[in-house]
Design a protein around this ligand. Sequence first.
Ligand SMILES: Nc1ncnc2c1ncn2[C@@H]1O[C@H](COP(=O)(O)OP(=O)(O)OP(=O)(O)O)[C@@H](O)[C@H]1O
Length: 211
Amino acid sequence: MSLDLIDLTVTPPGATQPLFAPLTLSVAPGQVVTVTGPSGVGKSTLLDAIGGHLAPGFVASGRVVLNGRDVTRLPAESRRIGILFQEALLFPHLSVGDNLAFGLAARIRGRAARRAAVQAALDQAGLSDFYDRDPATLSGGQRARAALMRTALAESLALLLDEPFSKLDTALRADLRRFFFGHVQAHAIPTLMVTHDTEDARAAAGPVVAL
Ligand SMILES: Nc1ncnc2c1ncn2[C@@H]1O[C@H](COP(=O)(O)OP(=O)(O)OP(=O)(O)O)[C@@H](O)[C@H]1O
């Protein structure tokens, strides 16, 4: 799987200039490209444009190509690009485990096999006993970990991460980086990560692009 951006940029509502110079970039299968840049330059907006989630009034130009297919005009739900926002959201009406199982149905057949895959991810995230918990009862850090694991398990053709590890304490952060980047590599998922954390970039071990 590969992700290609061709002359991609975004102009905010009412502005005459795009936020950043048109970006052309190839993300190889399993590669993690880190995106940095000053506050307000448009890093989160770039991820929104790639995922097809731009807020009303923002206009993108250029192209987004996934596995050689131009997805620029496709709605977000047809792109199969997974996004992990800074404010990690879980579905409030599902248990933590069912949140992680969401999206697994197509890939892993059988309830027991799905439950085992989810439990393994929860164990990895230090959330072993959380399968049946209501997401509303989790701390911010626990929610961030669960959302990270849900994103890892979902069947995405590419992943976009916005400060994915910022809410986690140091020990867990190193563990989850290892898990997440290992997962991305094993499944050959091209990944773009916005971060201010130089340790994140080092662990990702891919190119760094400054907007
Ligand atoms: N509704 C809007 N109308 C016009 N401009 C907007 C609107 N919403 C956001 N912007 C501008 O879009 C720009 C890009 O914001 P974005 O959140 O993508 O930046 P960022 O690089 O991710 O910043 P940070 O590192 O602080 O999260 C900002 O300069 C912001 O002022």
